[in-house]
Design a protein around this ligand. Structure first.
Ligand code: KG4
Ligand code: ZN
Length: 351
């Protein structure tokens, strides 16, 4: 018998096949199982995600990952009461594989299907760790594909205040990683090097923080100018036959990114009178951002909620958590012919 409080979430927007089970208990969501299979090893040698390889890997991993999640939760598939799946944004091929699996399960089990937004899931996963969101929170979602500032009401109503105009934070780290000759993805390598360097060694530009940008782009980010500045600095050194101080370049670059993200986010909290900030997405694993945002939130009297790193990178728990939030509020289920949307708007919690 399906149990309406048991939500199975499926995530396949990029290279991770994630399946999780969440149980709804009053206004709380409890994580029962969370299993992730990644195809990153197959992409690393190409220096980027190859969608066809990711799609095939999702196809191979899907059934075993669902089985493992059910076993971990100790539930029978017939007990699942609702299926949540990432409808977008993400890569079309990978999204389609997850959606097909979710539709088949929903149809076979006779339970509702919810196509949910991946980016909002990156914020809402925090409810599994730190409990229900207050009425209004600010969410900074930073990953390889997104740097977005969202105003979130009642967990499921989202206003997009701003986003990156060019590279996402993780993407900028990966591109700088490439120009410094680091393995893909460069983000974690720069983080590690930065911890040994001097963040004040080089003063890199802080995009869109000048007074003249604030009127139009108060909550938008831009990192491509910063990336170009790092490239110029490195080239000039190379042309002069000098060695590149990798730790100092990494630390100075990471400090600039953390400074911009944090300053604009705290300013947005102040502008909107919000006193809780949730930070999510794969880039929120970044130590320089974590440290700076913690210091500045404490100074500003803002409660900071960042889930542990395993819930920041792509996973099924974020989709099951958002599915549970949607089910709890009685929002309408998605049609069984739910289309995936590679550029799903961030204001849409459901497809
Ligand atoms: O959310 P995620 O797993 O996948 C996307 O949806 O993009 O984020 C991955 C991104 C990559 O760009 C990766 O380099 C970056 O997050 N990243 C980091 C760190 N860990 C992951 N960047 C900087 N420092 C880190 N510690
Ligand atoms: Zn993501």
């Amino acid at each position: 018998m399906p149990d309406a409080t048991l939500v199975l979430g499926i995530e396949t927007s990029c290279d991770e096949t994630g399946v999780a089970l969440v149980r709804i208990d009053g206004d709380r969501s409890e994580l029962l199982a969370d299993v992730v299979a990644s195809s990153m090893d197959e992409h690393a040698r190409y220096g980027g995600i190859i969608p066809e390889i990711a799609s095939r890997a999702h196809l191979e991993a899907m059934v075993p990952t669902i089985e493992r999640a059910l076993a971990q939760a100790g539930v029978d598939r017939g007990q699942v009461g609702a299926i949540a799946v990432t409808a977008g944004p993400g890569l079309v091929g990978p999204l389609t594989v997850g959606a097909a699996a979710a539709k088949a399960l929903a149809l076979g089990l006779g339970v509702p299907l919810y196509g949910v937004n991946h980016v909002i899931g990156h914020a809402v996963v925090d409810e599994l760790v730190h409990g229900p969101f207050p009425e209004r929170v600010m969410a900074l979602v930073v990953s390889g594909g997104h740097s977005s500032l969202l105003l979130v009401d009642d967990t499921v109503r989202v206003t997009e205040l701003g986003s990156t105009l060019d590279d996402a934070a993780g993407e900028a780290f990966d591109k700088v990683g490439r120009l410094l000759g680091l393995p893909y993805p460069g983000g974690p390598h720069i983080d590690r090097l930065a911890r040994e360097g001097d963040p004040t060694a080089i003063r890199f530009p802080r995009g869109l923080t000048a007074a003249k940008d604030q009127a139009d782009h108060a909550a938008d980010f831009s990192f491509s100018g910063l990336k170009t500045a790092v490239a110029r600095w490195v080239e000039a050194r190379q042309d002069a036959g000098q060695e590149i101080p990798l730790a100092d370049v990494s630390a100075s670059f990471a400090a600039a990114v953390a400074d911009v993200l944090t300053a604009k986010t705290i300013a947005a909290c102040r502008r909107h009178g919000v006193d809780t900030l949730v930070v999510g997405g794969g880039f929120s694993a970044n130590s320089q951002l974590r440290e700076l945002v913690a210091v500045r939130c404490a100074e500003a009297g803002i409660e900071l909620r960042i889930p542990p790193i395993r819930y920041c990178t792509d996973n099924g728990a974020m989709i099951a958590a958002l599915g549970a939030a949607v089910v709890r509020r009685g929002l309408p289920a998605s049609p069984l012919d739910l289309p995936v949307d590679s550029s799903m708007p961030l204001t849409h919690v459901l497809a």
